[in-house]
Every structure is written in C-alpha cells, then in structure tokens.
Design a protein around this ligand. Structure first.
Ligand code: B16
Ligand code: MG
Length: 214
C-alpha cells in the first residue's frame, strides 16, 4: 500500500506500555468489588473506555451498582492508575516510537492520536511527544467508543484525509476492529492475539518501514 499521508496511533499499548497499569488498576477495582478478574478477562478491556470497562467487569461478577457507586469506582480505578504512572517520562516510550515520529514528521507524513483514554493529553505531555501530533482525538471527544470507528474517522477528518490514506496502529482487538470498520489499514502492534486479525502485524514499531507506504 503506497500513498499513505498520515499515521494514526493508539496510545496505551502502542506508544507506551501503560496497558499493564490499566490492568493492575482494574484488578484492584475488581478485587474490591469481590469479582474475580483474570488477564484473559482484561484482554477484552484493552482499548475499551473507562465506563464500558467497569460495566464489563460488573457483568463478569453479575453485579450492579447505584449510579453514585458506579461513579466512585471509576474515580477509584483512575486514582490507582494515575498513582501507578506518576513517574512516567520519555524513557517509557515503547521501542521505535520516537524514531518513527521523527521520521514521519521529517517526511511530511501527518501524525494523529486515536485513543480511548481521557488521560491521553496528560500522558502525551509527560512522554514529551505532544509536539509531533497534528491531531489528538481521545476519550474526551468521542461519542461512540472503540470498536466504533469514530475516534479514527474524526482523526482522518481533522487532517482532511480519507481513511484509505491513513494507517492505524493498534494493540487491541477493539481498536483493530474500529480501524477496519472505518476503512483504514490496520497495523497490529505487540499483541500476538492480533497476528491473524490485523492487516499487518509487528512485534514493535522498530519493525515498521515507513518508506514502503509513502
Ligand atoms: P482512561 P487506548 C485505552 O486507551 C486503554 O486501552 C484502556 O485500557 C483504557 O481503559 C481506556 O483507554 C480508557 O482510559 O481510563 O485513561 O480514560 O489503548 O485506546 O489508547
Ligand atoms: Mg491500546
């Protein structure tokens, strides 16, 4: 595929390995709720926004909460998550990220973020890579969460591009589904479960050759 004009990146699990921090925070939340929650259960939450993730955990435990309690567990989870990433810095960028952002920028290829996370702006800032992004679409600005394609469609639209001119990098099944539904070429990164699902699979971003797509 040639003629690519933009790269749209997921955040957690693609640019930075914060998926493990989300997992730890959800484990603690589930434990407090008396619900057993495994690594396999967590796989279904990757890329899924905070509200839908808690709904899925409650479903696992066959539990319901009042709207006040639901809200307080969202705050509880986010506090554990934020505490666990308090020392996040540029050193936490995943392999190949910085080099690819620099290369894309120098080649005039646009760069966008398509994340479900409401913490995305703060995390980009802490990683020191905000300056590379031409557009940031995150959990604060979408109506329909992944696997709906809105987050990536909004990114392409903001850049004035067609999905066929953009690549989407994702570590989650929900995100690859969103990319495919939106008409984007999906590049699965760092999650072997995506090997037969994404259009292209990479162990990490050092394996990506931008020259082959522009
Ligand atoms: P927050 P991504 C997603 O980010 C994560 O994959 C998912 O684990 C998390 O629950 C979701 O963001 C919401 O994050 O609680 O920070 O708003 O992978 O789409 O960049
Ligand atoms: Mg992700």
């Amino acid at each position: 595929m040639a003629n690519v004009k933009a790269l749209l990146f997921d955040l957690d699990g693609v640019l930075v390995s914060t998926e493990k921090n989300h997992f730890i925070a959800w484990c603690e939340t589930a434990r407090t709720l008396g619900i057993s929650f495994s690594k396999e259960d967590n796989e279904a939450l990757k890329g899924v926004n905070r509200v839908d993730s808690l709904k899925q955990i409650l479903k696992l435990g066959n539990k319901t909460l009042s709207s006040e309690a639901f809200e307080s567990f969202l705050v509880f989870k986010n506090k554990i998550y934020l505490d666990s990433i308090s020392t996040l810095s540029e050193a936490d960028l995943l392999p190949g990220v910085h080099a690819l952002l620099r290369q894309a920028q120098s080649m005039g290829v646009k760069i966008g973020l398509g994340s479900s996370s409401k913490n995305a702006p703060m995390i980009l800032d802490r990683l020191g890579v905000k300056r590379f992004f031409d557009v940031v679409i995150d959990g604060n600005g979408v109506t329909y969460p992944k696997p709906h394609p809105e987050v990536f469609l909004n990114g392409a639209k903001a850049l004035g591009l067609d999905p066929s001119e953009c690549l989407v990098f994702e570590d989650a099944l929900s995100g690859v589904t969103a990319a495919k539904e939106g008409g984007f070429l999906s590049i699965g990164v760092g999650n072997p479960l995506l090997q037969n699902v994404a259009d292209v699979y990479l162990n990490n971003l050092t394996e990506f050759r931008l020259e082959a797509y522009v």
